[in-house]
Design a protein around this ligand. Structure first.
Ligand SMILES: [Zn+2]
Length: 298
């Protein structure tokens, strides 16, 4: 089996035709990897912009590419896609999170009207694979590529935020964490509608405690010291897009704040719980008792 890690760079461009911003892709960078984790091919192309009339200054600073360079590029989106499809062949496509895949879908839909990436047969979200292997990442926080490299003590060098350099860095992370049997569970068949329903489903954190999907019977906490089921001492407050309440252990009297993220995902509602140790209360920090008066949910 071979794998292709793809990274894209894009520029938010306003489309008069669609009356909205499109993430117009201007660079493809990819590496092809064999089963022994060797790079056996590289792919890098710039794409002539059609929608955008200038480069977002932030993107220009990040990538160091000028709009004039892009205007002189050999490929338009369609020809870049055809070349990339040839490069991919029957390899498993990988991207760092599904946002690159969604950008690809958006561009394809804009330029060709197609709603499927038919050149791709199998896909793996490398970010969720690496999060799984490292035991990090949560409902509220996703693992960035450079953060992943740092956790693995991989030096970050070269032009970051250029597509090929990011694909090469992703390869180093992938190589460090490669385990065939685990990876197989992350490879998805992309030839059915289910894959696209899941891909385009917008996961979101629920921040309204009255939402009927927020099942409070699941928002209990067991004592981190002795394991006893704790007693809730305050009402739920919205904090950093999560719910927080104060708890006390009936056995050892330990007090802590319980924090719950409630995320609506394609698969269903996911509850992620964290325990926040109380800070000593000081003059500067009078608010850490989670009083109900500063509730943000009413
Ligand atoms: Zn306890």
């Amino acid at each position: 089996m071979s794998y292709v890690i793809l990274d894209l760079e894009w520029n938010a461009a306003f489309s008069k035709k669609r009356k909205k911003y499109i993430n117009e892709i201007f660079e493809f960078g990819a590496v092809k990897i064999d089963d022994d984790m060797n790079i056996i091919g590289e792919f890098a192309v710039l794409i002539r912009p059609v929608i955008g009339k200038f480069m977002n200054p932030y993107v220009k600073k990040l990538t160091n590419i000028t709009f004039d360079e892009l205007k002189a590029a050999e490929h338009d989106f369609q020809s870049a896609m055809r070349s990339f499809a040839d490069f991919l062949g029957d390899s498993v496509l990988m991207t760092w999170s599904t946002s690159d895949l969604l950008a690809l879908l958006e561009n394809q839909s804009y330029f060709t009207g197609g709603e499927r990436l038919n050149f791709m047969k199998r896909y793996c979200d490398l970010q969720s694979y690496c999060e799984h292997c490292l035991g990090v990442g949560s409902a509220s926080r996703q693992l960035g590529l450079s953060a992943c490299a740092e956790l693995l003590s991989i030096p970050v060098e070269g032009d970051q935020h250029r597509a090929l350099a990011d694909a090469q860095l992703s390869h180093k992370c992938f190589k460090a964490l490669f385990r065939k049997s685990v990876l197989d569970e992350f490879i998805e068949d992309t030839t059915d509608d289910e894959f696209y329903r899941k891909l385009t489903f917008k996961s979101k954190l629920i921040t309204d405690i009255r939402n009927p999907l927020v099942d409070r019977s699941k928002m209990f906490f067991d004592c981190p010291e002795c394991g006893a089921r704790c007693v809730q001492k305050s009402k739920w407050n919205v904090r950093s897009r999560s719910f927080k309440a104060f708890f006390v252990c009936p056995e050892c009297k330990k007090e802590f704040a319980g924090q719950v993220y409630v995320k609506q995902k394609y698969e269903g509602i996911v509850f992620t719980k964290k325990i926040v140790e109380p800070k000593p209360q000081t003059e500067e920090n009078p608010d850490n008792k989670l009083s109900s008066s500063d509730s943000a949910d009413n």
